[in-house]
Design a protein around this ligand. Structure first.
Ligand code: SF4
Length: 356
């Protein structure tokens, strides 16, 4: 039994529902230290600079969502290109030339993709928030697109990362599965099919769940929620609010560039709004939480958020939220605060996640 499991409440005792998103559960699964930095230490420790690949992803997602909000007659490839251009996010690129180059590529991506769509076939939802509850968690998240096909709903997730996807990515995605459950519950309509739409290749990876496979994903989500909830409670018990002041000490070894999105390798990035932890699973999984606060050096330029280090925590809490060093650490927003992560994975420049 793990330390966390050992602190679970007794059977039958009432407990507060753990409020979460798939991103939060995946953060817990991927790296508990990153989970702590992302969701518990307040103010949140400074993140590294924004990532260009997340800017591309967020710009594409925004353009596609905007396209569906246009009247039918304006839903053309040209409109998609205009929306993309008008909403282009420039953070993280090496320079204006690189940004312009990628604007052109992304424009081709969205206009090519919408050319494959039927503009009269309105989705049930775009950027639709769905939620569901179980005995242990209140889970919510945002679906890129929810389609109706016949008598069923289909969860559609856009992907812009450079890594080609497989059907296994759709099958194994906890986020997509729980979105299907939540959509089905909310709309009182069956929803078993999930799709990854990989824009760079034009591929659609589909997986049709069974009741059993959806149930398995939901139980897995509950297991993670139960563990994370117990750890959260311990954190709050040991670190009462007034003591959760920022550790404004210089970060260990700061001076390296901050790492990536909260653990989202570019190969898997789906991209969202830079500067905000966004939907999507993070940490090497699809749908990355994305580039963060400016998090500059201490005493940065006027208007910049001052540098914030992690909360000073006792050993018990550090042990409850251990690091999980690996390749993903190159892309972790919090690597500047994490010597273990920096020791195993090299620094990356903000534009290194862009495909060649
Ligand atoms: S750098 Fe790696 S080990 Fe450290 S917090 Fe980030 S993901 Fe976890």
């Amino acid at each position: 039994m793990s330390a966390v499991q050992g602190q679970l409440p007794l059977e039958g005792m009432p407990r507060r529902l753990y409020s979460c998103t798939p991103s939060r559960l995946n953060a817990w699964l991927d790296c508990r230290r990153r989970y702590r930095f992302s969701y518990l230490d307040r103010p949140q420790p400074s993140k590294g600079p924004a990532w260009a690949h997340n800017s591309v992803g967020a710009s594409v997602h925004n353009a596609l969502a905007g396209w569906w909000r246009e009247p039918y007659e304006r839903r053309s490839p040209l409109t998609a290109a205009i929306l993309l251009t008008n909403g282009w996010i420039t953070e993280g690129f090496r320079d204006a030339e690189q940004s312009a180059h990628w604007l052109g590529r992304a424009r081709d991506l969205v206009s090519g993709y919408v050319a494959t769509l039927d503009p009269t076939d309105d989705p049930v939802g775009v950027e639709r928030t769905v939620a569901t509850r179980t005995k242990v968690m209140a889970l919510s998240g945002r679906i890129d697109r929810l389609d109706r096909r016949g008598d069923e709903l289909v969860v559609v997730d856009y992907k812009t990362g450079r890594r080609p996807l497989t059907q296994d990515d759709a099958r194994s995605s906890l986020a997509l599965a729980v979105y299907a459950v939540a959509a089905s519950t909310m709309m009182r309509t069956p929803c078993r099919t999930v799709e990854l739409h990989h824009l760079p290749t034009g591929e659609i990876l589909e997986w049709r769940h069974t009741e059993e496979s959806l149930e398995r994903h939901l139980r897995r989500a509950e297991e993670l929620a139960t563990e994370a909830s117990a750890a959260d409670e311990r954190y709050r018990a040991v670190m009462p609010a007034p003591a959760r002041a920022p550790g404004r000490t210089a970060s260990r070894g700061d001076g390296s560039r901050g790492g990536g999105s909260s653990g989202s390798a570019p190969a898997a990035a789906s991209g969202r709004t830079p500067g905000a932890a966004a939907g999507g699973t993070s940490g090497g999984a699809p749908g990355a939480a994305v580039g963060g606060a400016s998090g500059g050096a201490a005493g940065g330029a006027p208007g910049e958020r001052p540098f914030v280090g992690p909360a000073a925590v006792p050993d018990e809490i550090d042990a409850l939220f251990p690091p999980n060093p690996g390749p993903i650490c190159s892309w972790c927003d919090f690597r500047r605060h994490c010597p273990e992560g920096r020791s195993v994975a090299p620094d990356r420049r903000p534009w290194d996640g862009l495909a060649e």
